[in-house]
Write a protein that binds this ligand. Structure first.
Ligand code: NAD
Ligand code: UDX
Length: 472
């Protein structure tokens, strides 16, 4: 079966870039991305490519090439479902904020709404592709809803989790380590799998397209994120030991990373991992383990998230302690708000927690981020509900110019590893700051020697000079 029309429900960080790349690579397939969020669809259709709702290096060029050729963004969900032989579901699956599983389980209400809408509209056979990250065995719930629609159409459910990382989404999609497709082992299931394999095979080498049963595919996604996040929490745990002992976490990471069994990637100590996936997916895994009575397994994985919370907390505690145990009324500048560089996404960013802690200590927090809008920053803080929105706006200022942001500051904290931070005139920044001038580098991107030569009291996560340790 050759696919000619694809619909993707959900035009977010995954749906948008994934479909843009499919459309670019498969000019003979018509791709329609739909969303109920009208503003988001309007932004995807904006003539000015700077206004796309998502910032990803290289995405604008791909959208420019494919949009209105065979890539369309629309709010007409029903029409897109009707016309497509293959429907990707790429809606959000956040952590539940209510009821059973609150704070742990994935909220599947958006997934179920999609399934019900497809059931209502579809009159012909369709292949449904789970692109969202889902708890293992969700495909059976989707199938049950579709099979009881009352229509004659029949459905195959595939799991095709997305492994792209934000900031490198386009390259990850163009050159994936692997594409994973899980499906039913029946002849119809195998036909559906083949149809999706044929789509990817237009640009992905065949030996990188892996097919499995549905449950393995669903669970592999949660497993991959759990393993990746675990590496970050592991190196962050070591960063704290390094600071106590005089070891340097970057040297330790290099030394262990040269062991080919460990490998060098994903060993960068940080102020804590953020992003919409790691915490949510681990908590979901913990919930699944608990629901099967696997308490030891659940506790094991939960520790990855607890360690991450600790890392964020100890970073802000360290700032307060170093600034003579009080930051009340002091200007502290945060460089970076996004959860990593090269994205405007701030979901679960460590900066949010660090800022909130400092605001609770009555610091005057100033934020500069090259890609994050000020309203996003205030919205992130309001979501925590720690204090009134007007108090957040009173205590925290957002600046568009980094030098202005740092002027008269008592301390600077680097919270995102944006490349531009390493290119600043740090001497000029030092000259304009209160003295002693402190820099807390939560990403380890600045040169310790250069910073100290200028005169900064410089703290890099996971490495402390002996003289600095003594004074603490
Ligand atoms: P997102 O919030 O950016 O986008 C989801 C979109 O779905 C929203 O625009 C929302 O309006 C839309 N939507 C929700 N219900 C809808 C409905 N019934 N009909 C039409 N549109 C609807 O989310 P995202 O970051 O793109 O993540 C989507 C899924 O992909 C999640 O399950 C996530 O875990 C997974 N994932 C995310 C990443 C990532 O880096 N962000 C990577 C891999 C997997
Ligand atoms: C992650 C997975 O990498 C991706 O495969 C999945 O599809 C979605 O979740 P993402 O969250 O976009 O991607 O970014 P990632 O590069 O994994 O970084 C996550 C967080 O970990 C960031 O806050 C990053 O700064 C942090 N991190 C990452 C570290 O602190 N140290 C590292 O060595 C790597």
């Amino acid at each position: 079966m050759k696919i000619k029309n694809i619909c993707c429900i959900g035009a977010g960080y995954v749906g948008g870039p994934t479909m843009a790349v499919i459309a670019q690579q498969c000019p003979d397939i018509n791709v329609v991305v739909v969303d109920i969020n009208e503003a988001r669809i309007a932004a995807w259709n904006d003539a000015d490519l700077n206004n796309l709702p998502i910032f990803e290096p290289g995405l604008d060029a791909i959208v420019k090439e494919a949009r209105n050729r065979n890539l369309f963004f629309s709010t007409d969900v029903e029409k897109a479902i009707t016309n497509a032989e293959m429907i990707f579901i790429s809606v959000n699956t956040p952590t539940k904020t209510y009821g059973k599983g609150k704070g742990m389980a994935a909220d599947l209400k958006y997934i179920e709404l999609c399934a019900r809408q497809i059931a209502k509209v579809a009159k012909q056979d369709k292949i449904i592709v789970e692109k969202s990250t889902l708890p293992v065995r969700t495909a059976s719930a989707i199938k049950s809803i579709l099979d009881n629609s009352g229509n004659k159409a029949s459905f195959q459910i595939l799991s095709n989790p997305e492994f792209l990382a934000e900031g490198t989404a386009v390259q990850d999609l163009l050159h994936p380590d692997r594409v994973l497709i899980g499906g039913d082992t029946s002849p119809e299931g195998e036909k559906a799998i083949q149809a999706l394999v044929d789509v990817y095979a237009q640009w992905v080498p065949k030996n990188r397209i892996l097919t499995t049963n549905v449950w393995s595919s669903e669970l592999s996604k949660l497993t991959a994120n759990a393993f990746l996040a675990q590496r970050v929490s592991s190196i962050n745990a070591m960063s704290e030991i390094c600071e106590k002992t005089g070891a340097d976490v970057n040297e330790v990471a290099k030394a262990i990373g040269m062991d080919t069994r460990i490998g060098p990637k994903f060993l960068k100590a940080s102020v804590g991992f953020g992003g919409s996936c790691f915490q949510k997916d681990i908590l979901n895994l913990v919930y699944i383990a608990k629901s099967y009575g696997l308490d030891e397994v659940a506790n094991y994985w939960e520790q990855v998230v607890l360690m991450n919370n600790h890392q964020k907390q100890r970073f802000s505690d360290h700032i307060v302690k170093t600034l003579y145990n009080t930051v009340s009324g002091k200007k502290i500048t945060l460089l970076g708000w996004a959860f990593k560089k090269d994205t405007n996404d701030t979901r679960e960013s460590a900066a949010i927690q660090v800022a909130d802690n400092l605001l609770s200590e009555q610091a005057h927090v100033v934020v500069y981020d090259p890609k994050v809008a000020s309203e996003r920053i205030y919205a992130d803080l309001e979501y925590l509900n720690t204090r009134l929105p007007e108090q957040n706006r009173q205590l925290l200022t957002v600046e568009k110019d980094p030098y202005k942001a740092c002027k008269n500051a008592h301390a600077i904290a680097v919270l995102t590893e944006w490349d531009e931070f390493t290119t600043y005139n740090w001497q000029a920044i030092f000259d304009a700051m209160e003295k002693p001038a402190f820099v807390f580098d939560g990403r380890g991107i600045l040169n310790q020697q250069e910073m100290e030569d200028i005169g900064f009291i410089y703290y890099k996560i996971g490495s402390q000079r002996p003289n600095f340790m003594q004074s603490n």
